[in-house]
Design a protein around this ligand. Structure first.
Ligand SMILES: Nc1ncnc2c1ncn2[C@@H]1O[C@H](COP(=O)(O)OP(=O)(O)OP(=O)(O)O)[C@@H](O)[C@H]1O
Length: 355
C-alpha cells in the first residue's frame, strides 16, 4: 500500500455462498455472489459509510474484513501499527488472531447479540480474558473504566442484559468492542434498532469515542440520514458491488449513479435546489437474485436511464467522475459528462419498474 493514510485496502474481494438443492446430501446447484469484486480503501481516522438495500452484501463484506468469513477471492491489505502490511484474506489462524483484536464489530441488535446468561462483566471482559491479555482484579478495573467511558456505571457490572434498555445494551456492545483497543471498528447497523432519541445519543457517543481512542469506523447502514450525519465518505453497494463512492457532501449533492439518486430521493431535503429534491424515485421490488445477477450493469433492470445497448450488454467499471476521488460505475454518468447540464425535472413521484 503506497498511501500511508490507508488503514485497509480491499482489493477485488469476492464472497460466494453455495446454493444447494433439497435433501441432506444434495449437490451445489449454484452460487450466491454476496460480494462480487469489491475494491475500496478505508483511510485512517475516517468514518466510511457502506449503504445499500437489504441483501446487497454489506454484512458479508464486514464479516470478510473481520475474517469471521474467509473470502472466496481477493485481498484485504491491512496496515499494522508498525507500518507493515498483512493480507487478512490469506493469513492462517495463528497469524490472524492478533490482528483480529485490532478490528472489532458492533452488531445491530442489542437484544440478541448479548448472551442473557452472562453478566455485563463477563460480556465485556471475556474478549480480554480469552486472549490472555488481562484477568482478575486488573480485568475488573478495565471493565469498570470502559463501562464508565460508554456512559454506564461500574455498578452495572454484575447485572444481566435483561436489566438494561436497548440503548444501554448497545453501550454494553460498544464497551465489548472497545475493550480490546481496536483500531478499526465495523459498526453494522449499530443504531438501526434504537429509538430516534436514543439513536442520537449513541451516535454522539461513537463520535466521542472515535476522537478519544483514535478509531476508524466502517459504518454499515441502510439509513441515508444517519450516514449523512456521521460519515466522512460513503460507498454505495448494489448486488455485491460498489457502484458509487464519494465524500459525503459531494455524494448527497451530486449523486452520479441512478441507484444512489434513488436512495437519496427518499431522504427529505430542506433545499429544493438540490438534485433530486422534490421527487421520490420508487425502486421496483424486484431486487435481482444474487445467484443469477443480470447481464451488463447489474442495476439496469431497475434503472430508468438504462438503454438496451451499453447498460444491458456492458458491465460498467468504477471510474473517476469528479473531484476528490468521487467514482461511480455507470454508463449513464459517462453520458452525463457529454450531455449539456440540464435541470432535473421536478415530479412528485417517479416510479421505476423493470423495462
Ligand atoms: N451464510 C450464507 N449462506 C448463503 N447465503 C448467504 C449467507 N449469508 C448471506 N447470504 C446471502 O448473501 C446476500 C448478501 O447478504 P448480506 O447479509 O451480506 O446483505 P446485507 O446488505 O447485509 O443485508 P441486511 O442489511 O439485510 O443484513 C444475500 O442474498 C444473503 O441471502
Amino acid at each position: 500500500m503506497s498511501d500511508s493514510q490507508t488503514l485497509l485496502k480491499v482489493e477485488e474481494l469476492a464472497m460466494r455462498f453455495p446454493v444447494r438443492g433439497r435433501g441432506l446430501f444434495s449437490r451445489t446447484t449454484g452460487w450466491v455472489h454476496a460480494v462480487n469484486g469489491v475494491s475500496l480503501e478505508v483511510k485512517k481516522g475516517e468514518v466510511l459509510g457502506l449503504v445499500g438495500e437489504s441483501g446487497c452484501g454489506k454484512t458479508t463484506l464486514g464479516r470478510c474484513i473481520v475474517r469471521s468469513l474467509k473470502p472466496s477471492e481477493g485481498h484485504l491489505y491491512y496496515r499494522q501499527p508498525n507500518g507493515e502490511t498483512a493480507d487478512l484474506a490469506t493469513l492462517g489462524t495463528s497469524d490472524l488472531r492478533p490482528l483480529q483484536r485490532q478490528i472489532r464489530v458492533i452488531f445491530q441488535d442489542p437484544f440478541s447479540s448479548l448472551n442473557p446468561r452472562m453478566t455485563i462483566r463477563q460480556i465485556v471482559g471475556d474478549p480480554l480474558k480469552a486472549s490472555g491479555l488481562s484477568g482478575g482484579s486488573e480485568l475488573e478495573d478495565r471493565v469498570a473504566a470502559m463501562l464508565r467511558r460508554v456512559g454506564l456505571s461500574p455498578g452495572h457490572m454484575h447485572r444481566y442484559p435483561h436489566a438494561f434498555s436497548g440503548g444501554e445494551r448497545q453501550r454494553v456492545n460498544i464497551a465489548r468492542a472497545l475493550i480490546m483497543e481496536p483500531r478499526l471498528v465495523i459498526a453494522d447497523e449499530a443504531v438501526s434498532a434504537l429509538d430516534v432519541s436514543v439513536r442520537a445519543q449513541v451516535l454522539n457517543l461513537l463520535r466521542d469515542l472515535q476522537d478519544e481512542f483514535d478509531l476508524t469506523y466502517l459504518f454499515i447502514s441502510h439509513d441515508m440520514s444517519v450516514v449523512e450525519n456521521i460519515c466522512d465518505r460513503v460507498a454505495v453497494m448494489y448486488l455485491g458491488k460498489i457502484v458509487e463512492l464519494a465524500d459525503t457532501a459531494e455524494l448527497y449533492a451530486e449523486p452520479q449513479h441512478p441507484y444512489t439518486e434513488a436512495l437519496l430521493s427518499a431522504v427529505p431535503k430542506p433545499d429544493p435546489r438540490l438534485r433530486g429534491a422534490g421527487r421520490r424515485i420508487r425502486l421496483s421490488d424486484d431486487f435481482p437474485d444474487p445467484a443469477s445477477p443480470p447481464s451488463g450493469c447489474f442495476f439496469h433492470t431497475r434503472c430508468r436511464y438504462a438503454d438496451d445497448q451499453d447498460c444491458v450488454n456492458r458491465r460498467p467499471e468504477l471510474r473517476s467522475v469528479g473531484a476528490d476521488g468521487h467514482s461511480a460505475a455507470c454508463h449513464y454518468s459517462e453520458k452525463l459528462e457529454l450531455a449539456p447540464a440540464v435541470e432535473p425535472e421536478l415530479a412528485d413521484d417517479v416510479s421505476i419498474t423493470s423495462p
